[in-house]
Design a protein around this ligand. Structure first.
Ligand code: ATP
Ligand code: MG
Length: 422
């Protein structure tokens, strides 16, 4: 193949400047003007070719991070796994990476083939080869408006298939997160995972255990909070990957149909919220996914003689601790999860001052939504859920009329177990 076979001129593809954000265009033009090659790459080009609106724009160039930094005052070099430059336009961040080589001698690899560090710059062809899927290795230039395709990504897009560049097994061993990306991108883009790309996943799923828990939290967000959470959950289950992310959840799904209904109701609800531009807190779904494991654990402690309240609160910490081994949950989110759970115990107790403190709790709304979703798989919660639906929006007079009259409950310090949980 000649060089020109890889270059598709402007009139033979559908990528146009109007699909690209002004900020991304600014970066591309300035790099070109300074004499560097610069391309839009990855999800940006892929999504435009599929007729979708990219959620972010990644740029790659032959300029080094220091050279890029020199061209943009509003930029900073960030050194996560690789050295990248972030160019800030207010809240919009354009990520610029230097062409990376895929040169074995420069890569530090662990015994099992996982890449620990690579940061050596290369040519655009080398850069293409170390990307994950062919459809992610398409480059768009604003110099001549051509698309560069070094790995057959355009043909695969036409076939609507997701195909790994190189030998899939080797590439998954290098970076097991690529298995999650395969499932996520196929679901998001409605692509079929090509046979050889799919085949090793079942066997290599355990490699996910070696991925740092913090990185998996970022992947969790992309998988579950990008609008296709329910479909992605099913796909992860189907490909045997769910248990590597949420082991306690997966272990209980088969025997608890109501738990599965609860999870799907929550995922569907999250997808709908995202579709209508509502905010979603990453904590909420984790609280859902760990709810049955929490109840089971509390029950185990109860059978050993602990009272329900102590068992429930003790189990919260344990379940979160165990989940944190796989996917790290930043403290600001684990606190929200605890609040949502703790409020499940308080919501059924509708008497006295407690009602007002529950209503005024900063997590009331999330806890109420959680209860509503639980009620979808547990009719015994319907009455309590409906009561709170009415109560929270009622005027003061109606609210007072809804509260039990007169007698206060004696010795009411002890919290009861959440109603309907067994
Ligand atoms: P999204 O629509 O979720 O942003 P994306 O493909 O753009 O999808 P990013 O995480 O933004 O995902 O990555 C940008 C590009 O970087 C990818 O298209 C791919 O070319 C490359 N890339 C990302 N992660 C990997 C990986 N684990 N291994 C190899 N290449 C990767
Ligand atoms: Mg992207």
């Amino acid at each position: 193949m000649t060089q020109s076979d890889h270059i598709i001129p402007r009139d033979q593809h559908r990528v146009s400047r109007k699909d690209i954000s002004d900020n991304a265009l600014k970066v591309l033009y300035r790099l070109n003007k300074a004499g560097y090659d610069a391309f839009l790459v990855g999800g940006g080009v892929r999504d435009i070719l599929l007729g979708l609106h990219p959620k972010d724009f990644d740029i790659t160039t032959n300029a080094t991070p220091e050279q890029i930094r020199g061209l943009f005052r509003n930029s900073r070099i960030i050194g996560r796994r690789f050295k990248l430059v972030h160019i800030m336009f207010g809240r919009d961040i354009i990520e610029v990476a230097t062409f990376r080589a895929h040169c074995d001698s420069n890569i530090e690899q662990a015994k099992d083939g996982m890449i620990l560090r690579d940061n050596v710059y290369g040519t655009i062809e080398e850069d293409a080869e170390r990307r994950d899927f062919t459809v992610n290795a398409l480059y768009y230039s604003v110099k001549d408006f051509s698309v560069h395709d070094y790995c057959g990504g355009l043909t695969d897009l036409r076939k609507r298939q997701l195909r790994m560049i190189g030998d899939p097994e080797t590439r998954y061993r290098e970076d097991p997160v690529r298995m999650l990306r395969a499932v996520r991108l196929a679901t998001k883009l409605d692509l079929t995972i090509e046979e050889k790309t799919l085949a090793p996943i079942a066997e290599l799923a355990p490699y996910l255990e070696q991925v740092p828990a913090a990185r998996l939290f970022e992947e969790y967000r992309k998988m579950f909070l990008a609008g296709k959470g329910e479909a992605t959950f099913k796909a992860l289950q189907q490909h045997g990957l769910l248990g590597k992310l949420f082991p306690a959840t997966e272990a209980l799904l088969a025997e608890h149909q109501d738990f599965e209904i609860f999870i799907h109701a929550a995922l569907e609800n999250t997808d709908k919220r995202i579709a209508s531009d509502n905010t979603v807190n990453p904590a909420f779904l984790i609280a859902v996914l760990l709810w049955q494991p929490l109840l089971e654990r509390a029950h185990q402690l109860e059978t050993k003689g602990m009272n329900f309240n102590d068992a429930f609160f003790k189990s919260m910490g344990r379940i979160l601790g165990e989940q944190g081994q796989c996917i790290s949950i930043p403290k600001r989110y684990s606190l929200v999860i605890r609040d949502i759970w703790a409020l499940q115990v308080r919501l059924p107790q509708r008497h006295g001052k407690k009602v007002w403190s529950v209503l005024g709790h900063p997590r009331f709304r999330a806890a109420y939504d959680f209860l509503m979703l639980r009620a979808e798989s547990d009719p015994s919660l319907r009455e309590i859920a409906d009561w709170w639906t009415k109560f929270q929006d009622a005027d003061k007079e109606t609210q007072h009329a809804m509260l039990p009259k007169g007698r206060r409950r004696k010795g009411g310090k002890r919290r009861r177990k959440p109603k309907g949980d067994r």
